[in-house]
Design a protein around this ligand. Structure first.
Ligand code: AMP
Length: 116
């Protein structure tokens, strides 16, 4: 069950500040508070979904695709398309997910070492 009080839900509601990069009525992109690379941005849809599977299964394909298009829009905004980047979405216990609101990590701005 979705936890209305997770950190990202509070960020969406404006109860906790974030270093915002892009926002519209459907999604929000902001800098990770503990960056793992020179550029580390988090992208979240505003729908109440716990992880990737929940997001894909419980939204229509138009909205799922629109979120992925927006991720690409932000990647281009960040200017990291040419040199490359990494997208990660952790899910559950084995995936090491800390915040139970579906999010995509966008990492780049330098050569990333580990494949994981
Ligand atoms: P995950 O392990 O995939 O759930 O990642 C959660 C991410 O959220 C981590 O990289 C944290 O550094 C990041 N994070 C936690 N709290 C905040 C916050 N208030 N603002 C920005 N990023 C955060």
């Amino acid at each position: 069950m979705y936890d209305e009080n997770n950190i990202f839900a509070k960020i969406i509601r404006g109860e906790i500040p974030c270093k915002k990069i892009y926002e519209d009525e459907n999604c929000l992109f902001f800098h990770d508070i503990n960056p793992a690379a020179k550029i580390h941005v988090l992208g979240i849809p505003k729908t109440k979904n716990i992880d990737f599977t929940d997001f894909v299964l419980n939204n229509n394909s138009k909205n799922v695709f629109a979120f992925f298009e927006k991720i690409n829009f932000v990647i281009e905004m960040l200017g990291i398309t040419k040199d490359g980047y990494r997208l990660i979405s952790n899910s559950g216990k084995n995936g090491g997910q800390e915040v139970p609101h579906f999010h995509i990590h966008i990492l780049g701005g330098e050569k990333l070492n580990s494949k994981l």
